[in-house]
Design a protein around this ligand. Structure first.
Ligand code: DHB
Ligand code: FE
Length: 280
């Protein structure tokens, strides 16, 4: 059966991709942020995953407010990076793990999740940026096949934190019963606190971000007991993207060890960082 090697959580800010494209990652502004990804990168290289399940949201790049699924699952052979307005990026397409995607689609429906099934779709910074943060920029091809899961965090009503946690359980069941010996890493993306619109534009909550990073491994109940409205209040309207880390955490054992955490604030207009979690 497939094997879950661990869980990763990270911010997915578009300007991280732009900084990488412009070679600014070693400059004064960005170095403190990128330095925190040295350990996760070497951890991932050691784990040698075959499949990366990436939980993220689209940001109006391939899905729009006119038709927006609460959950969508990619089952494509490959996914092209979408151009978000800075021009085409010099990164390869992402090869899909079609076999695991269809297996997961079946498992989700069996467990009453009913996602939109996407056979042909592009992926935005929500997937592009975390992939490069953890795998580096490949010369020809990414060293892993991907399974994208989109969660609506764009337009209300977004799914509840509890529902995201339960999706994690279904994902784990799929990993544990998928025939073969693929090594799977699960990546929850988005956040940390930020708000890009309205009266609280620019809002960042450093204390809540630090608490999140410290306790998402040891005390996830602290976060699954909150409402969607609590997320908006505590983390900002776009910081509510953090519910997607709960899919990753829900997928893991009840006891995990926090191998690494990293936080740099502000990064762009957000609190930003990552965690590396391993099952105990
Ligand atoms: C920004 C966009 C995001 O999707 C995000 O998660 C954080 C920041 C931004 O445009 O600054
Ligand atoms: Fe985002």
């Amino acid at each position: 059966m497939a094997h879950l090697v661990g869980g990763l959580g990270t911010s997915h800010i578009p300007s991280i991709g732009v900084a990488l494209d412009r070679g600014q990652d070693t400059g004064d502004e960005w170095k403190p942020f990128f330095d925190g990804y040295d350990f996760p990168k070497s951890w991932v290289a050691e784990q040698k995953p075959d499949i990366a399940v990436v939980i993220f949201n689209d940001h109006g790049n391939v899905m729009f407010l006119d038709r927006l699924p609460t959950f969508a699952l990619g089952v494509a052979e490959r996914y092209e990076p979408v151009d978000e307005g800075w021009g085409p990026r010099d990164i390869p397409d992402f090869e899909g793990a079609e076999d695991f995607s269809w297996f997961l689609a079946d498992k989700m429906v069996e467990r009453h999740f009913d996602p939109m099934i996407a056979r042909e779709i592009e992926v935005d910074h929500g997937l592009q940026v975390p992939m490069e943060l953890f795998f580096g920029r490949p010369i020809e091809a990414w060293p892993v096949r991907v399974v994208p899961i989109w969660v609506n965090t764009l337009q209300y009503p977004i799914p509840t934190p509890q529902r995201c946690w339960e999706l994690g359980k279904v994902l784990r069941e799929a990993i544990d019963t998928f025939p073969g010996d693929d090594r799977v890493v699960v990546m929850g993306t988005g956040g940390l606190s930020h708000q890009l619109q309205g009266a609280r534009a620019g809002f960042i909550n450093r204390d809540a971000d630090r608490e999140w990073l410290e306790t998402i491994g040891s005390n996830p109940e602290r976060w699954t007991s909150m409402s969607r409205e609590d997320y908006v209040e505590v983390f900002g309207s776009e910081g509510a993207e953090l519910i997607m880390w709960l899919v990753m955490r829900g997928c893991m054992n009840s006891k995990v060890s926090l191998k690494h955490k990293h936080y740099v604030v502000p990064t762009s207009m957000t609190g930003a960082g990552c965690v590396v979690l391993e099952n105990c």
